[in-house]
Design a protein around this ligand. Structure first.
Ligand code: NIG
Ligand code: FE
Length: 428
């Protein structure tokens, strides 16, 4: 297959180790670009005249008037779950928010009541939505099963999603928050999660640990992470979401693949992260959905302290050279969106990031956080041919035109797998 005549082709190619610091702002853009694909892999990338002189194919896809980018990589979701928590909104907007951990326990109940078939049907439909919005690789965590039986069900469902064109990378998040029946016995709960590792390890690639005031202590997270590593799993961390717990420094110290959220990460911990290969995964959907940057009405004191420090915190990450990525954190409580376009648009606005920075964060850096930057996340010879053809001609327009689906077509491993039936004609 040849994809030709792209108004802009953004490769998101960057230095090994991911785009950091000034590299985040160096986005490679090829005008009138083309990609040659064979056997599901990219063979060559360049301008259309050069590529069409060197390669022939029976399948030529015109991207005239359109942007072509790598497929988006969503490095943090809680895809497999049941139920909706939209009714929590009335409390949130009325400045009476429930705690996040209580909300998670509500989803424990909804999820425990759902069969594997119901969970799988919903997850497959959700994957369709993600794909049609440009996602070609997605990480999903278990964690809404408060016990061994339901956690195994969630991981088996995640494993069965292989039939979908989106590549799904599975993470065991057995210790998301403490189930109510273990109140006061968190050490015993961590022991029970560690005891599950031999059974879950064949089904999953990572173990997520929650070093946060709503999660577990440094000692408990260390114990679980080391046991997960010994069972052959990589480590991811939910860190410092609701308060400073040292999650970012812990992630760097233990060699985690990612640390996600980071609302209250300290500068000392960010310095450690900058020296490590651990990727900081930002979750702007949460900041937006929980009204974390919106003052309370009538001068009332917001129940959750406003996080006005967010743009300067993210600027500090960039300045120090932390490898940053963006995700949806799709889940029913804090970020109910499957659209990486939305996550990218929110990251740009809420964290005051440039177009180039956000494109790197949603592609190559997200792939790096999943240990997949060797075979995806950028348009380069040898990588899997995961591409998005957009309805708009310039990469900045994907971030500028918020709130509607701007995807035209999605190509996964060299096959057109999604086509948006509605949308504007090419901009010409
Ligand atoms: O925002 N442990 C973590 N926090 C989750 C909340 C998920 C939910 O509210 O259901 C997160 O990633
Ligand atoms: Fe999360």
């Amino acid at each position: 297959m040849l994809v030709v005549d792209a108004a802009e082709l953004v490769t998101c190619r960057t230095t090994p180790g991911g785009a950091r610091g000034a590299d985040l702002d160096r986005l490679e853009v090829i005008p009138l670009g083309a990609v040659a694909i064979h056997g599901g892999r990219i063979v060559a990338v360049g301008d259309t005249a050069t590529i069409t002189a060197a390669y022939r194919s029976e399948t030529v896809v015109s991207a005239a008037g359109r942007l072509v980018s790598p497929g988006l990589v969503d490095p943090h979701t809680h895809l497999v779950h049941a139920g909706s928590r939209h009714l929590e909104w009335e409390d949130l907007v009325g400045n009476r928010p429930r705690s996040i951990d209580d909300g998670i326990r509500t989803t424990f109940q909804h999820t425990a009541a759902a069969s594997a078939d119901v969970l799988r049907t919903r997850a497959m439909a959700d994957l369709d939505v993600a794909l049609h919005h440009g996602t070609t690789t997605l990480e999903t965590k278990s964690g809404y099963g408060a016990n061994r039986q339901v956690e195994l069900r969630l991981l088996e469902v995640a494993d069965s999603l292989r039939a979908h064109p989106v590549d799904v990378i599975s993470t065991f998040f057995g210790a998301q928050v403490l189930p109510a029946e273990f109140r006061g016995r968190s050490g015993e709960f961590i022991d029970s999660v560690i005891a599950m590792l031999p059974e879950v390890a064949p089904l999953t690639e990572y173990c997520d640990v929650c070093l946060d005031p709503i999660g577990f202590s440094l000692e408990e997270c260390t114990r679980l992470a080391l046991a997960a590593r010994a069972a052959g799993l990589g480590v991811r961390v939910h860190g410092d979401q609701t308060g400073h717990a040292g999650g970012a420094g812990f992630a760097a110290d233990i060699g985690a693949a990612s640390v996600d959220h980071l609302d209250y990460a300290s500068e000392a911990d960010l310095r450690k992260l900058a020296r490590s290969s651990c990727v900081a995964v930002l979750v702007p959907g949460v900041t937006h959905h929980l009204l974390e940057l919106v003052p309370a009405a009538d001068g009332a004191v917001p129940a959750v302290a406003p996080k006005g420090h967010f743009p300067s915190l993210v600027a500090k990450m960039v300045e120090l050279g932390v490898c940053i990525a963006v995700s949806t954190d799709y889940n029913p409580g804090t970020s109910p969106t499957l659209s990486m376009q939305t996550a990218m648009q929110l990251a740009a606005r809420l964290f005051r990031l440039s177009y180039s920075q956000v494109w790197h964060m949603a592609t190559i850096n997200a792939a790096k956080s999943l240990g997949r930057d060797h075979d995806r996340g950028s348009l380069e010879p040898g990588k899997i041919a995961d591409l998005v053809i957009w309805q708009v001609p310039e990469h900045g327009m994907v971030l500028n035109r918020f709130g509607t689906n701007l995807v035209d077509r999605v190509i996964k491993a060299g096959e057109v797998v999604a086509c948006n039936p509605v949308g504007s004609a090419a901009w010409g």
